[in-house]
Ligand binder design. Structure first.
Ligand code: IPE
Ligand code: IPE
Ligand code: MG
Ligand code: MG
Ligand code: MG
Length: 321
């Protein structure tokens, strides 16, 4: 069994190469730029770990891992446009460094490259993997649309937020694990528990992302501090703050949502602290982390094979970047 560090290192060795032709730099340079600025490579490693849980890592798993990372990076380029985000991984986003139409197109071409990688699959698994890949991708689009719909509302029920982050984020973690498992012919039941492990872990992962967006160290996190606050995102922080605030705190929050106060981020963060929602993050994360472990437990392989997934899960919910 291999750790996250080892698998991420091996993946990066394969992945760090030119992915696009040199024929049209105005389109392909931005795409190469984005792939070269790093990232944790969590999803491809999850595909490899899902694969290794049921046998040796096969060649097909490397191709699917690559497809998943290309897809993920495509979603980030487009997400940064939707979220009006200037920074990612400590570097300018593609639409900021180049321009909006180029960011759209370089994202599109990256998605197409993802399908090229999937095309390396043998007949045996091609149909099943592509079906799961497409279902996942469609759900990510739904989650992203809900995320933007919610920007226009004052607040949303906590369960709608959980549903939205399940779609925009956690199905890709879950799907990555399951695709790896499919390639080593895991049983349907094991696949289901692995998927549910990834889904619940993915929720905790996005909760941590939302926490870091507000309270992270910008030097480590690499994104614009308070980006979610500026975009009126309905994160658990805002939902819980509105739910627990007293009348004057609630009024202040609602007013801040409606204007462009130059001190908006600072003031909202203070209200988050006053209502103690920053502390509440831990219990929300742990709720989904515990659920994820219940499913990991029910997978019918030796516990020592699950070790890398368990440490990865612990890292993901405590991460600072
Ligand atoms: C960012 O994902 C998008 C979310 C779903 C929060 P990551 O935090 O995995 O991004 P990189 O690839 O490591 O930059
Ligand atoms: C990202 O959610 C989900 C997808 C990219 C599909 P966020 O908008 O919170 O991700 P970051 O914070 O920009 O990485
Ligand atoms: Mg974003
Ligand atoms: Mg977003
Ligand atoms: Mg975020």
């Amino acid at each position: 069994m291999h750790s996250f560090e080892v698998l991420a290192g091996d993946f990066v060795k394969r992945f760090n190469r030119a992915h696009f032709p040199s024929s049209l730099p105005s389109l392909y340079d931005p795409a190469e730029y984005f792939l070269s600025i790093g990232g944790k490579r969590v999803r491809p490693v999850m595909c490899l770990m899902g694969n290794e849980l049921f046998g040796d890592i096969g060649n097909e798993a490397w191709h699917v891992a690559e497809a998943i990372e290309l897809f993920h990076n495509f979603t980030l380029i487009h997400d940064d446009i939707m979220d009006n985000a200037p920074l990612r991984r400590g570097k300018p986003t593609v639409h900021t460094k180049y321009n909006m139409p180029t960011a759209l197109l370089s994202g599109d071409v990256m998605l197409i490259s993802a399908y090229d990688s999937l095309n390396a699959l043998s007949e045996k698994h091609l149909h099943t993997v592509v079906a799961l890949f497409n279902k996942t991708a469609r759900e990510v689009c739904e989650g992203q649309q809900l995320d933007m719909n919610f920007e226009k509302l004052v607040t949303v029920p906590m369960e709608d937020y959980i549903h939205m982050i399940t779609l925009k984020t956690s199905v890709l973690l879950a799907g990555s694990l399951q695709m790896g498992a499919i390639l080593n012919d895991a049983s349907e039941e094991d696949q289901k528990h692995l998927y549910e492990f990834g889904k619940n872990l993915g929720i905790a992962f996005q909760v941590q992302d939302d926490y870091l967006d507000a309270f992270g160290d910008p030097g480590k996190f690499g994104k614009q501090p308070g980006g979610d606050i500026l975009a009126n995102k309905k994160t658990f922080l805002l939902i819980q703050a509105l739910a627990t605030a007293n009348t004057s705190q609630k009024q202040a929050l609602e007013q801040l949502l409606n204007n462009n106060d130059p001190k908006k981020v600072e003031k909202v963060l203070q209200l988050f602290r006053d209502t103690r929602v920053d502390e509440w993050a831990k219990s929300l994360k742990n709720r989904f982390f515990d659920l994820s472990l219940e499913h990991l437990d029910r997978i019918t392989v030796d516990n020592n094979r699950k070790e890398p997934l368990l440490s990865l899960a612990q890292f993901l919910i405590q991460r600072e970047y």
